[in-house]
Design a protein around this ligand. Structure first.
Ligand SMILES: [Zn+2]
Length: 260
């Protein structure tokens, strides 16, 4: 824990012991579920959220996605005070995806993703198929975290489903930051998680807070791909108000997830 803050990481990818290829640990650690959560706690995270992922470039059925969802939900049951799972859908399998949303929503799941289209056999996040699935997510009051979408694709999604709660992942570099900032101003339900590339650019977070408002930004790490402590200190050291830090670290997640 970090004194003065409750830190919720809305973007991580837990390692599931029962699943091969779910370990996104470039240098070999953590290598099991227990170590994944131990590292999270040791670095100061109080609660974490996200999908168990596995690369499925040409999926032939929804089964591999159902499998990672089941695995993530098992972890949530095992670590109820520390982890909320984010389930995955796939627009190649519309009916299965909608059934999956309904099934897990009944069991208390309110988060979808991070969805990573390029690892899952699809590209667009505003195709008719994915919009059909996301419309159900909207009606169920769920929040969707999506890997760094292209600006135009994201704009199309928000134009089609303005009431869907979306958290776009990763700030990225300056060009994308400027583009997406304009999008954030147009779509009130569009949010942004600060995991991955971006926060190491000095002043980036302050710019986002000034332009978009702290209530639209969520803390994330993308652990075990990225360093947790660098992300935490990236927020702590930024010249933004304490109120903004509290919103980014946990307040916005609490509001969007309906959990507390
Ligand atoms: Zn990720």
């Amino acid at each position: 824990m970090i004194e003065g803050y409750r830190i919720v990481d809305v973007h991580c990818h837990p390692i599931a012991d029962d699943l091969e290829r779910s370990k996104f640990n470039a240098y070999g650690s953590p290598n099991c579920t227990k170590d994944f959560f131990a590292d999270m706690r040791a670095e100061g995270v109080d609660f974490c959220v996200g999908s168990v992922i596995r690369v499925e470039s040409e999926p032939e059925s929804f089964a591999p996605f159902a499998e990672t969802n089941a695995s993530g939900f098992e972890l949530e049951k095992k670590y109820p005070d520390f982890y909320q799972t984010g389930i995955r859908i796939n627009p190649l399998f519309v009916k299965d995806s909608i059934a999956e949303l309904e099934k897990y929503r009944k069991q208390g799941v309110t988060w979808i993703g991070e969805l990573v289209p390029y690892m899952s056999g699809y590209a667009s996040i505003s195709s008719p198929e994915i919009l059909e699935i996301f419309a159900v997510a909207r009606d169920l009051g769920m929040t969707v975290n999506i890997h760094g979408p292209q600006t135009e694709d994201l704009d199309n999604l928000m134009k089609n489903l303005p009431d869907l709660k979306v958290v776009a992942a990763h700030p990225g570099e300056r060009k994308l930051v400027l583009e997406r900032t304009e999008l954030m101003k147009r779509h009130k339900n569009l949010h942004w998680d600060i995991s991955g590339t971006g926060l190491f650019r000095w002043g980036m977070l302050r710019y986002l807070v000034e332009q978009c408002g702290a209530d639209r930004l969520l803390f994330g790490t993308d652990f075990p791909i990225c360093n947790i402590a660098m992300q935490i200190y990236g927020v702590l050291s930024e010249r933004i108000s304490d109120e903004a830090k509290l919103a980014i670290f946990s307040g916005n997640y609490d509001r969007l997830s309906g959990r507390n």
